[in-house]
Design a protein. Structure first.
Lengths: 247, 247
């Protein structure tokens, strides 16, 4: 049994303002909660429906809640069997010197939380460990973004940066850095330079990469399409690029 | 101004049962509605908010509705500025003889409508024109699936089939057909056989391809991952495979 105030507090974390105020965010789903508890991140609360097992090395015992309470707390379209409240970690400062074997992903104003989460999950799959987000990118602690990462949020480091400044610093520290911008009507990605270190820039769903950011790239590439569809979904394009970049 | 009954009717199309009963489905968004009107499919109704322009060669004039009515009719999380009601076309019978230059996509029990729609959009991008759906695949006329296709629904032909029977017929008619199953821990897709005609099978989000369907494949392949993430999103995996298959 939890109080109305507690439910209200969890609901406040659906919105960016509430998350900022409380310094907390929501993880939903049994797998996500289990990964959260194993991640080393600070877990402040775990809720689970009656009878739901949450496997964890921690001695933390979930608070049992009713279906109805979970329904009120969830940020998703259908309530999850388990939910955790985590502390938002302190932002690490970004070090513009990159290791010689490193690949960076740079996201310019991705606005859909599901796309952002899917991109982080896919980056994790392809071994890309650092993702730089433009200042207007959607919040990575948005519940739908967290859900779409399927636990990869705990493994991929994200940095929120002014992209023009950040790319400038990266190039200054790493004069041989390949900076690849993905645009329409450029050379195909099949022969994408896989040299490391490298940085791959993905643009927003509606507008692509901003012109002032494209101008900082050392290379421009496109995913060749044959026909009908005007465009690919932003996370799909990002995933295909990451595949071509890392294989 | 539209009647309560009409709103109720549109809402009935959110569910598969209602769509089957009425033989209709919903397309939302200005771009989707414009593509619907240009598609040659039978458009039975178009609704638009006041002041919203729907470009179309047709002389059909949209019915103006209030924000509140649209809110009640939408199947999406936020109401669209325009909506069309279309007749579900008659199912074409599937011809198991394939043209020599053809690629087929086969989907085994994809359950998320957003994934299905995104897969159709991506197939369209890569010039794949025929998609075979297993009997338990989510409905392609589900409003979220339609939305995610971004108009590709009107360009990609879908056929609902018993996959075991269908693949058997395909192989009988086309003895040299490559049937590729995507599984965990097989050879990487980098050197995927791009020979045509070919068929690529994608499995469900939770269970992959059913074993009895895998056994009908002539080739098995995996997307090599480096690390952390346990899996890729189903539509992401499908998109990367289609890229590797068609490039």
């Amino acid at each position: 049994m939890i109080s109305k105030n507690e439910i209200k507090h969890v609901r406040s974390l659906h919105r960016k303002k509430g998350r900022k105020l409380a310094g907390q965010f929501i993880v939903e789903g049994v797998k996500g909660v289990e990964e959260a508890m194993a991640s080393g991140w600070q877990v402040e609360r775990v809720y689970a429906l009656e009878g739901v097992e949450v496997q964890s090395a921690a001695t933390y015992r979930p608070i049992e809640v009713s279906q109805k309470d979970m329904q009120q707390m969830t940020a998703l379209s259908s309530p999850s069997p388990a939910m955790a409240i985590l502390r938002i970690p302190e932002e690490k400062s970004f070090d513009p010197s990159v290791h010689m074997d490193e690949r960076l992903l740079i996201l310019d104003d991705i606005s859909d939380p599901g796309n952002l989460g899917t991109i982080l999950r896919t980056a994790d799959w392809f071994g890309i460990r650092k993702v730089i987000l433009s200042e207007n990118c959607v919040d990575v602690f948005n519940p739908k973004a967290v859900q779409s990462t399927m636990g990869s949020l705990f493994r991929v480091e994200t940095y929120r940066q002014d992209l023009a400044v950040c790319i400038g610093q990266l190039k200054e520290h790493n004069p041989s850095l390949h900076v690849i911008a993905t645009v329409m009507d450029a050379d195909p990605i099949a022969d994408l330079d896989q040299a490391v270190p490298g940085a791959l820039i993905i643009g927003s769903e509606a507008h692509g990469i901003r012109p002032e950011i494209i101008s900082l790239a050392t290379e421009k590439r496109s995913i060749p399409g044959i026909s009908g569809a005007e465009s690919l979904n932003a996370s799909m394009a990002a995933g295909i690029l990451m595949y071509a970049w890392t294989r």
